[in-house]
Structure formats: structure tokens, C-alpha cells
Design a protein around this ligand. Structure first.
Ligand code: GAL
Length: 371
């Protein structure tokens, strides 16, 4: 029976690859589309625009390929995500696409999925400590960290040329997200040698991922930590501070708010520390455009959705999707066959080329700072 999906789905995916997938869409939680099979799509949260775009791109592509889709967002609440996946399994989905909140919290659900013969695609964040995932689609997460740190250093060279040492602080993502460790390790491969040779000084001395961590990637938590660091180590705002490693745009905005409130800036031209980011969220791209946030990492989530859809189509057809990495993503039980997409760094110099010309954002959205 699964064979019948093949022609429709393969054709539709080819079309999508040519046309590109739209990042816009409608409400949460619909079941729609054709009758060729059902895919459950479990996304972590709607508080960050990237996951809304991921969910909508995935749903639209799957529906265009002829599948029914059950898309759910879990409000960053682990029991909610567990329940939503339980319901998808009960509903009888053929394939699950999951971006986990806590990468280690879905073992029971995934055992039930395996027992029911459901293929599982781990989306962007690796699901850990289970044998019951079939494929992983993501970006080159170590490279993301390398690029964040590299842009931090180029920003320091641009905005604080001749200063020695540069005083910096380090922020990490949520420790229950496998990606946070890849970003950190990539970034520290660039920063640790600069700490060792005295080029940079982490003023707080907080140089472990645990010290830098931000539970659930929370903007508020990041702002609070930055405020505390400024109070404890930078004289409440009078101390020299030149750069902050930030792994995600929401965290970057929390950091920038704390810095500006303490009197730094308000722009890079006025001495605001250089702050990195990730996801090319429109609010941060607007701040980059205005000379406030220094950089972000652009990950084209339309392409990620395309890969997830191609993998889902393969599983529907009793085929195996083709990985391009079979070495780097050990989930604690096995090395998961993975497909990694490339990333790029965005600064004020290439917003047009990377984000607008590619159709990811419009000039109007960047100017307004909202989607
Ligand atoms: C990570 C993801 C990043 C960012 C972050 C916070 O897993 O790879 O792109 O979105 O979550 O949502």
C-alpha cells in the first residue's frame, strides 16, 4: 500500500524543491491535506518565530505532497509534548517529525512509536538516549558555533580595534538541547585559544557551558544573567565590556536590553558590546540593520523542512533517506544517520543578499522588525 504514495509524493517534492517552500501559514494543530498517509509534526514552541516557520513550512510541503498533517506546538512544556506525541501515535500516524524540547524526555513515546511501526525523524534537535529514531535532519551545528565566535571576533576587530585585552562574556543555550553543546563546542574551538593567549578575558571567569547555560533559551533568563554579570563584574555598567557570545537571537535581545539599560551603547557606534546570535529572527535582523546587534547565523528553515519532507516520503515508500553525515551525531545509543545543511553568517553588510534576495524576509519586514 505504501507504494502508492511514491509517484505523487516524489513529484510533489521535486516541485517544492524548485518552487521553494513558503514560510507563512495558518493556525496551529490542523489536520488537513490528502489521504495518502498521515504525518505527525511535533514542534517545541510558538514563542520563537523560527519554530512557527518550521511548522508551517513542514505542513505545507507535506500537504502539497498529498499527506494529511497533524501539527502541534508544545509551549515549551515537556508533558504537553509527550501528550501530543502520544495522541499522534494513537491517531495512527505513519511518520513522526519531532523537534524535542528536552532531547532525553521522549523515550516512552518513541518506544510506543517503534512498537506501532512508525518511523521517526528527529528535526533540528537530536533526540537522545533511545534506539527508536530513524533519521536526523539538521544544520551543521558545530559550524554554527564556529561562525558565531568568528563573527564575534570580527566584530571586536571592527568596533574595538586596538583594545587589548577584549573583555567578553559567554552565553550558552539550554543544556537539555543537544544542539547547545555543539554550538558551545564550536564556539570554544575559536575562543579558548584566545583566552589562553590573553587576547580575550572572560571578566566573570564563567567559562563552562553550565555557567553560561540558558534554560529553554529564555530571553528573560538571559537578560537577568547579563544584569547580574554587569552588577557583579562590570561596576554596574562603568566597566569595559566589548563582546558577548550569544547562541540564539532571543538570548541576544535579552543581553542587549540589559547592556543598554546599564548604559552601554545604545548602538555599536556608541560602544555597545558586539553580540552574536542565531536564527535570523526578524526582530534581531532589524537590530543588525540598525547597528545594534552585530551578527546572526542564518539557517534556512525552508530547506530543513524540505529535507524532513523528503525523509518522510522515503519512509512512506519503505525506503531509507540518504544521510550526508554518519559520524557526528551519537545520541547515546547509536550514531544517528543525519542530513546536515550549511549555515551562513549575517551582518549589516549582507542582510540584503542573504535574507532578502533569498526571499526569507522582505525589506518591509526588516524595516518594521516584525513578520
Ligand atoms: C536550537 C536551534 C536554534 C534555536 C534554539 C532556540 O535547538 O538549533 O536554531 O532555534 O534552539 O529555539
Amino acid at each position: 500500500m505504501k507504494r502508492t504514495y511514491k509517484m505523487i509524493a516524489a513529484g510533489a517534492v521535486a516541485l517544492l524543491a524548485v518552487a521553494g517552500l513558503s514560510a507563512c501559514g495558518d493556525d496551529n494543530g490542523d489536520t488537513g491535506g490528502g489521504g495518502a498517509g498521515t504525518v505527525g509534526v511535533s514542534m517545541p514552541t510558538q514563542t520563537s518565530e523560527r519554530w512557527i516557520a518550521d511548522g508551517n513550512s513542514t505542513r505545507e510541503g507535506l500537504e502539497a505532497a498529498g499527506f494529511s498533517v497533524n501539527l502541534q506546538f508544545a509551549n515549551d512544556d515537556i508533558p504537553t509534548q509527550q501528550q501530543q506525541i502520544d495522541q499522534m501515535i494513537t491517531q495512527g500516524v505513519d511518520v513522526l517529525i519531532i523537534a524535542a524540547i528536552d532531547g532525553t524526555a521522549l523515550g516512552t513515546q518513541l518506544q510506543a512509536a517503534a512498537d506501532a511501526g512508525i518511523s521517526v525523524i528527529s528535526y533540528d534537535r537530536l533526540i537522545r538516549d533511545t534506539p527508536n529514531i530513524d533519521f536526523y535532519v539538521t544544520f551543521d551545528n558545530f559550524q554554527v558555533g564556529v561562525d558565531q565566535a568568528t563573527s564575534l571576533v570580527s566584530g571586536l576587530n571592527t568596533h574595538f580595534a586596538g583594545v587589548s585585552p577584549w573583555y567578553i562574556e559567554l552565553f550558552a543555550g539550554s543544556l537539555d538541547d543537544n544542539n547547545a553543546h555543539f554550538f558551545w563546542n564550536g564556539a570554544m574551538s575559536v575562543i579558548q585559544p584566545l583566552i589562553d593567549d590573553g587576547t580575550v578575558v572572560v571578566g566573570s571567569g564563567q567559562t563552562t557551558i553550565e555557567q553560561g547555560a540558558t534554560l529553554r533559551w529564555s530571553q528573560e533568563a538571559a537578560q537577568t544573567r547579563m544584569e547580574n554579570l554587569i552588577t557583579a563584574h562590570y561596576g554596574g555598567g562603568s566597566g569595559a565590556l566589548h563582546g558577548i557570545l550569544s547562541p540564539f537571537d532571543g538570548i541576544s535581545r535579552g543581553i542587549i536590553t540589559a547592556l543598554q539599560n546599564a548604559g552601554y551603547g545604545p548602538t555599536l557606534a556608541d560602544g555597545l558590546p558586539v553580540v552574536s546570535g542565531q536564527d535570523a529572527e526578524v526582530a534581531s535582523v532589524a537590530m543588525i540593520d540598525q547597528g545594534v546587534q552585530y551578527s546572526t547565523i542564518f539557517k534556512d528553515t525552508r530547506l530543513l523542512a524540505e529535507q524532513a519532507i523528503a525523509a518522510a516520503v522515503a519512509f512512506m515508500n519503505d525506503e531509507t533517506p540518504t544521510p550526508n553525515n554518519t559520524t557526528d551525531y551519537d545520541n547515546g545509543v547509536f550514531v544517528v544517520p543525519s542530513f546536515l545543511l550549511p549555515v551562513s553568517t549575517v551582518t549589516v553588510d549582507n542582510i540584503q543578499e542573504e535574507l532578502i534576495d533569498s526571499g526569507f524576509l522582505t525589506r518591509e519586514q526588516v524595516d518594521a522588525g516584525v513578520m
